[in-house]
Design a protein around this ligand. Structure first.
Ligand code: DG2
Length: 248
């Protein structure tokens, strides 16, 4: 049996536009992001790859994106499951900081290590930092402590158990699953699915707002390379993410 999985990074957010590290800070879509989310819905409708169930993080930019895309594809009625385990990587003390200023202050090596290394987290965020999630009620019931920083490995460790316990169950039941999440939480899932090494994953960037479709075998392994529904826009979007520190 072939399973269909659609991954969608949220559209451009207010803080993507301002070039700020976001992580668990709950920012909204920019006007550009709203347009991208609607376009994602058009791409789903045009391709006929229509989700039966939606998984999102508990961050508004992913939820908004999924709602706009599903509304456009006339699929707003499908069941929805949300989990903090699909949240963006917690960016620690970098949350709220300007990416270009951080690059200028700490240099390209440190900047790249914080953004793209597999197992080096940024410094932790202090509880009294205005961008801490320590008192955010949506995380009151999560297992374990609310993160104060995460590297990609930490995201894999909290997300893959959820992939295995919940998302693959819907795939096994024959459902087409849409996962609407974030640049780094989706990098973690793509790393797992495609078997990308800890070193090579540094080169992978996920563009905002373009559906990426996987066909999976009965063991949830890809039958071939995943395909973006708009490959040209995806390549341009991924290059823009890679260059983000240089943006003025
Ligand atoms: C971005 C990713 O996350 O940033 O947290 O700043 O996908 O939620 O906009 P998203 C953030 P980079 O790791 O690409 O710098």
């Amino acid at each position: 049996m072939t399973h269909t999985l659609i991954l969608l990074r949220h559209g451009n957010s207010d803080w993507n536009q301002k070039n700020l590290f976001t992580g668990w800070v709950d920012v909204r879509l920019s006007d550009q992001g709203v347009g991208e989310a609607k376009r994602a819905g058009e791409l789903l409708a045009e391709s006929g790859v229509l989700p039966d169930v939606l998984y999102t993080s508990v961050l508004s930019r992913a939820i908004q994106t999924a709602n706009l895309a599903l509304d456009t594809a006339d699929r707003l009625w499908i069941p929805v499951k949300r989990s903090w385990r699909l949240n963006e990587r917690h960016y620690g003390a970098l949350q709220g900081k300007d990416k270009a200023q951080t690059l200028a202050e700490y240099g390209p090596e440190q900047f790249q290590t914080w953004r793209r290394s597999f197992d080096v987290p940024p410094p932790p965020i202090a509880d009294d930092n205005e961008f801490s999630q320590i008192n955010d009620v949506r995380y009151a019931g999560i297992d374990g402590a609310i993160p104060t920083t995460e590297c990609l490995k930490d995201v894999i460790d909290r997300m893959i158990p959820y992939w295995e316990s919940d998302i693959t169950k819907d795939l096994a039941a024959g459902k087409t699953v849409l996962v609407t999440a974030h640049g780094n939480s989706l990098r973690a899932l793509v790393k797992h699915l495609d078997g990308i090494s800890d070193d090579d994953i540094a080169e992978l960037n996920i563009p905002t707002g373009i559906p990426l479709v996987y066909k999976l075998d009965e063991n949830f392994r890809p039958l071939g390379p995943a395909e973006y529904l708009d490959p040209e826009a995806a390549a341009a979007g991924a290059a823009a993410v890679a260059a983000q520190g240089n943006k003025k």
